[in-house]
Design a protein around this ligand. Structure first.
Ligand SMILES: [Fe+2]
Ligand SMILES: [Fe+2]
Length: 485
């Protein structure tokens, strides 16, 4: 168009016109940006590997703390954020694999100081310190690197990377927003002050690594503080004070649920309990994930997805109770006996076997379809929605079990038999716990059913109100103890 353009390409680019002013370059951006060279494949891959490392370690930290974290809401948030981190890892691996690099070397540590930063947060001395480390140091650093990568790499040549960086920023911001609110709800000024040395160590380690993305000047790494002692996974599930009686096995939900004579709406209430009790599945699955090293990434991705689904099922139970005006914290006794038993008595592969065995039992006759039909019959549309999706999730979990557990066994039959055998080895101390004064196995059901009926102006069905079958009796009942499903 104008002459003398070779001396000022960006001026030419600024004046360059598309056909009748249509958005240029499929809408990716303008020519002024597009004529700049951007990053090389090598540099873009280097940064992708840094993001990948950060999400992988974040996943490890969140999943690693979920079981022993007492606060229910945080357990659920760690499950979700761990899942988001696992999805990010999966997408980043895929992108690296597209960049002339087989996705090898992804298990290497990009910089020792970066490893130190994550080790420090992993070893946080309290929940508050953990939240501060994740949300005020690691994640903001990760977000910064993703923003920089999106801005600096070529908008056209490296568009798939830019898109990925933008999507990942969205997830990181969602996690950060949760963190901001969690910190303002939980962390006192004193706790913040107590965490100062630990946080400074994390900050210095990130700086020593040249930032999370390694684009800044590096420096000498600080001495390990929290990570001076290697972190150890704590397999014992913990619950906050709303779980007043975590050893309570006083109300057998399954016997009630599969009893044809019970009214459908009372069964719905029992299903809400079964769903909420599923808190124990993420607690247990986290232990498998942490204690099973060296499997292909797909294993961790799929197991983390299932873990998050089970956390969602628990929250569906919570929502269910809220929807019918039942105060679960006051009136329902949600136990942790299943995750406690499995985590402390079985090896990781044995826990997986039990999970698979129980989930197999959930599918046919008494299983997920039945629960969905109960939801439909009860006229409770919310329960029907929840059970509909719960069933769909369960079909996915059966696939996860086949891919990663059954595939390791000689045959599907032996896979189920082994799960059965492992489950029968788990000692549930129904009597011992009572004798030690840990629980009275109080029958909490009548009060909950009564409260439910009062809110709805209904008369409780007398026989269901008197229901008092516990988990003491038979092994067959114990099979279904797990909330898993
Ligand atoms: Fe479930
Ligand atoms: Fe499940």
């Amino acid at each position: 168009m104008t002459e003398n353009t070779s001396s000022d390409p960006s001026r030419f680019a600024a004046g360059y016109q598309t056909y009748r002013g249509l958005p240029p370059l499929a809408g990716l951006g303008g020519f002024v940006e597009a004529v700049r060279p951007g990053l090389s494949v090598e540099e873009s891959v280097r940064r992708l590997k840094r993001h990948h490392y950060a999400f992988r370690r974040l996943h490890q930290i969140l999943i690693g703390h979920l079981t022993a974290e007492p606060v229910y809401e945080l357990k659920m948030a760690f499950s979700y954020h761990g899942y988001l981190a696992a999805e990010a890892v999966t997408q980043l691996r895929a992108r690296v694999g597209e960049m002339r690099e087989p996705p090898l070397g992804l298990d290497q540590t990009p910089h020792p100081a970066l490893a130190l930063a994550f080790d420090e947060v992993l070893g946080a001395a309290s929940t508050e310190e953990l939240l501060l480390g994740i949300h005020e140091v690691l994640l903001p650093g990760l977000e910064e690197g993703l923003v920089r990568h999106e801005r600096e790499t070529h908008l056209l040549a490296d568009q798939p990377t830019r898109r990925l960086c933008r999507l990942l920023q969205q997830d990181v911001r969602e996690i950060l927003e949760y963190g901001r609110r969690a910190i303002s709800a939980l962390v006192t000024p004193e706790q913040r002050a107590e965490a100062q040395t630990a946080l400074e160590t994390v900050r210095s380690a990130v700086a020593a690594a040249g930032g999370i993305d390694g684009t800044q000047a590096t420096a000498v790494a600080p001495r390990p503080f929290r990570s001076a002692v290697p972190w150890r996974f704590d397999p014992k599930p913990r619950r906050d004070e709303r779980f007043q009686d975590p050893y309570n096995m006083g109300v057998n939900a399954e016997v009630f649920l599969y009893d044809e004579t019970r009214p459908a709406d009372a069964k719905v209430l029992m299903m809400f309990y079964k769903r909420l009790r599923e808190i124990d599945v993420p607690e247990m699955m986290a232990s498998i994930l942490v204690e099973t090293p060296d499997r292909p990434w797909g294993y961790y991705r799929d197991m983390t997805r299932q873990l998050w689904d089970e956390a969602r099922h628990a929250m569906m139970g919570e929502v269910g109770f809220v929807s019918v005006g039942v105060d679960w914290a006051q009136n329902v006794r949600v136990n942790f006996t299943w995750s406690l038993g499995l985590n402390t008595q079985l090896a990781p592969i044995e826990r997986h076997a039990v999970l698979y065995f129980i989930e197999q039992g959930l599918m046919p006759r008494t299983g997920k379809r039945h629960e969905w039909e109960v939801g439909l019959r009860s006229g409770n549309a919310l329960a029907a929605t929840f059970q509909d999706f719960d069933w769909a999730d369960e079909v996915l979990h059966a696939r996860v079990g086949r891919d990663w557990y059954v595939s390791q066994m000689p045959s599907p039959h032996e896979a189920v038999a082994y799960g059965d055998q492992c489950w029968s080895r788990v000692l549930m101390g129904w009597t011992a716990w009572r004798d030690q004064g840990l629980t009275r196995h109080e029958n909490w059901w009548p009060a909950v059913y009564q409260q439910y009926c009062e809110r709805r102006g209904l008369t409780p069905e007398a026989d269901s109100l008197a229901y008092g079958v516990t988990y003491e009796t038979t092994r067959a009942d114990l099979r279904d103890v797990s909330a898993s499903g």
